[in-house]
Design a protein. Structure first.
Length: 146
């Protein structure tokens, strides 16, 4: 890989994870509900990214899921990716689309939201209309956990 292009040679979902994890380290301090300090949240993002990169997907999911369930858009985007490609969870396009939908709806307009929308569209192309409908229903019913 070219050091100037860290995503060169990666699949589209791998590029999504790389971009989302990079964004999430900077967003984590301001976009994560709860009582953790900014330092602790940034450290947690580092731990999630490190676990993923070393192939410890179970740890990445265990740390990531509570953030996504609390409403962190970056965590939702990464969780969507992990369901999309089946890393640490069984591959499940319905869950992937639900998490991408939630991320897209929670990000402010800009590059992060555009990325979530892009990957939402990519996963939707792999799905039946019934699966898309189910994912949309789950996203509408979803509420952040405290």
């Amino acid at each position: 890989m070219n050091s100037k292009e860290p995503s060169a040679g990666r699949s589209a979902p791998e590029k999504a994870f790389h971009a989302a994890s990079h964004v999430s380290r900077s967003v984590g301090a301001s976009n994560t509900p709860g009582r953790r300090s900014s330092h602790t949240r940034i450290s947690l993002w580092f731990d999630i990214t490190s676990a993923y990169r070393r192939g410890d997907y179970a740890t990445a999911i265990r740390e990531l899921r509570p953030l996504a369930e609390q409403g962190n858009a970056a965590a939702q985007n990464i969780l969507g990716f992990m369901y999309d490609v089946g890393k640490g969870v069984p591959q499940d396009y319905v869950q992937a689309l639900m998490w991408y939908n939630l991320a897209a709806s929670r990000f402010s307009p800009g590059e992060d939201r555009d990325q979530a929308v892009k990957y939402r569209e990519i996963v939707a192309e792999k799905m039946t209309p019934a699966q898309i409908s189910e994912a949309q229903k789950l996203a509408r019913k979803w509420r952040p956990k405290k």
